[in-house]
Design a protein. Sequence first.
Length: 343
Amino acid sequence: MTRYGGGIKRSSQLTFRRRLLLVRLLLRGPATAEELIEAIQRELGTEGYPAAAQVALRHDIKALKTEYGCRITLRRDVGGYVLEDLGELALLDLSDEALEAFSFLDASFPPGAAIPELANVRQLLDQVLRLLPVERQEEQRRRRSAPRLQLPAQPESRVDPGVLRTVKRAINERRELRFLYWSTFDIDAPRQHRVAPYGIFFRPEGHTYLDATLLEVKPVGGETIHAAIDYRLDRIVPGSVRVLPTMLPPERIVPRFYPLRYHLLPVVARRRDVAAYFPNTQIEYHDDGSATVTATVTNLWQARQVLLRYGDACTVLSPPELIEMFRRTAQGLWEKYGSATEG
């Protein structure tokens, strides 16, 4: 007597594996029948589709619709199959703690988030949500108390896609980068900067920055060579960005460090909860409610911007270069506003 049980089981396993792979492929985006068949054959080899691949593909799609309630449509406008809904085919679930973390991200990056470069974050969140069981999706949508990041309602700037793409390439390939840049102090024309790029980051006010070490600038300005500089990507001139053949050194060039020391009045320090804005921050609280803060910084301009938020409740004690910057700032403010007795 011939037994078919093992062969049938093997065939069922292969069919399920093929259909699961089909869903995975459609989760990546729309695909034509030819693209789906090619990807499945590449992944499964001889265990993929038979000679009548188109017929088998249509049968798999029909089975996914019937057995799991998946909504897969052939859309002419995108030129291929689209997975619009997974139905009952939940491929992922999260613990309550992980779902709470997901809610935080979901609330922080809603559809139409202000920073364009974060659009991919929204796409990721939408895709993860689709993978959850239906009841967990509903639970997530009912959440109203999730904390969130405070982002601007509208983007402050738009980064040129070509600039962003080239900067990312330089970072990934660990190569020097050259571009024209409008700094705060450039009035008539941008200047050429050659840098060692290390990363891209965002700030809550809506700007996107390149973290880089300055290697050369033409014409020469007030920048310090080998300083760590945060370049706003929207101020890089589109079309001027070039990835250079020179590779970055194994270790980042260490910029000059400045020992920072400043004093805070009791009005901002009496609760003993002063924020540590700088590396190696140490805070000494005094009996009168004031505080003395020490730290190390590499960018004096940024340090000034941070400390200005304290207004006249902050006195910079060192380094001398930062004290001089505050003197110039104070002089400029005096020239604008004058004394309190002036009309």
